[in-house]
Write a protein that binds this ligand. Sequence first.
Ligand code: H2B
Length: 103
Amino acid sequence: MAKLAIDELKNALKRLPDWELVKDREAISRKFQFVDFDAAFAFMTRCALLAAKMDHHPEWFNVYNKVEVTLATHDAGGVTQKDIDLAVAMDGYAAMGERRPRS
Ligand code: H2B
């Protein structure tokens, strides 16, 4: 799978307003916050099952109720449609258990 050109990527990110381009790397990232660890881990479990099915795996970091996700396609050296598809699915899984920080 070929990596997306920068204009394709920016266009794809319009559907993913909470995701951003990673600095100094061809990848996208998002920070999720949940009500507690159970909700965060339930989210990660759903993502993990989908990732296994897609054979496409996130880079992520979890502490308590926070999950930081970075998506890239290592085989392509950049962001592909697979990363976009996984990001859209992750947004969907998060929609229920997520708590956004108060601003
Ligand atoms: N996940 C991600 N994020 N990028 C990849 O290039 C990738 C992957 N490649 N999961 C897959 C596994 C590949 O290594 C296997 C052999 O299909």
